[in-house]
Design a protein around this ligand. Structure first.
Ligand code: G3P
Length: 217
């Protein structure tokens, strides 16, 4: 399973990419609005760091505007993926942009029916939001199970990108269900590394090593 970082923060992207476990980046208007500087320059920098798919979202809500912004985003860098919302206009733009060879991430997906439409429109990624479903008392991971089942039935090539992942359990469940990608904030990726027994074990190994060498010396 691929792991993406869900942020527009260059420092976090650099820090985690340097470890070698980041395959791509997702952004949205909320995330990019938090960062200083021009968003196009920031996206260009991010592409240079990760050298993998970087999603940038349109803010237009009708087809023509989405197409103009989609072309503009795609021109930023070869790694850019154009994100469109799962609306009728967004699905139409997905179909048109995909037809031109531009990779599209259909975002704000909250149902298996919506995911089916994204796949039929040729989406490269579909982004079901698991955390936001959990927030309203619906099991987000159940949606992932349904989408993976539907896509497998018809061998759709659209990749399931688990978005709005809020904690390591979302990432583990995404991997168990066979999702293609999980995208998470930096805090969640940091949390994936942690286990108290690792720290305790390492401390003991080093202490034992030092003690043995102290005796010999
Ligand atoms: O980029 C979309 C998504 O991951 C948003 O996450 O935590 O704002 O629901 P969240």
């Amino acid at each position: 399973m691929k792991l993406f970082i869900d942020t527009g923060n260059i420092k976090d992207i650099e820090r985690l990419s340097d470890i070698g476990i980041i395959d791509g980046v997702t952004t949205n208007p909320t995330l990019l609005a938090k960062e200083p500087g021009d968003y196009r320059d920031n996206l260009k920098k991010i592409c240079g760091i990760v050298k993998g798919p970087v999603s940038g979202e349109v803010t237009a809500t009708e087809f023509a505007g989405m197409m103009t912004q989609g072309h503009d985003i795609a021109k930023i860098d070869q790694h850019m993926v154009v994100k469109v919302p799962l609306t009728k206009e967004g699905i139409k733009a997905c179909k048109a942009l995909s037809g031109e060879g531009i990779r599209v991430n259909v975002t704000l997906c909250f149902s298996p029916a919506q995911a089916l439409l994204a796949a039929k429109a040729g989406a490269y990624f579909v982004s079901p939001f698991v955390g936001r479903l959990d927030d309203v008392g619906t099991n987000g991971m159940e949606l992932i199970r349904e989408i993976v089942e539907i896509y497998d039935n018809y061998e759709f090539t659209t990749q399931v990108l688990v978005a709005s992942a809020r904690h390591p359990i979302h990432v583990i469940e995404a991997a168990r269900l066979g999702a293609d990608i999980a995208t998470c904030p930096a805090t969640v990726i940091d949390a994936l590394f942690n286990h108290p027994l690792t720290n305790i074990g390492l401390e003991k190994f080093l202490k034992d090593w030092d003690a043995a060498h102290a005796v010999k010396a």
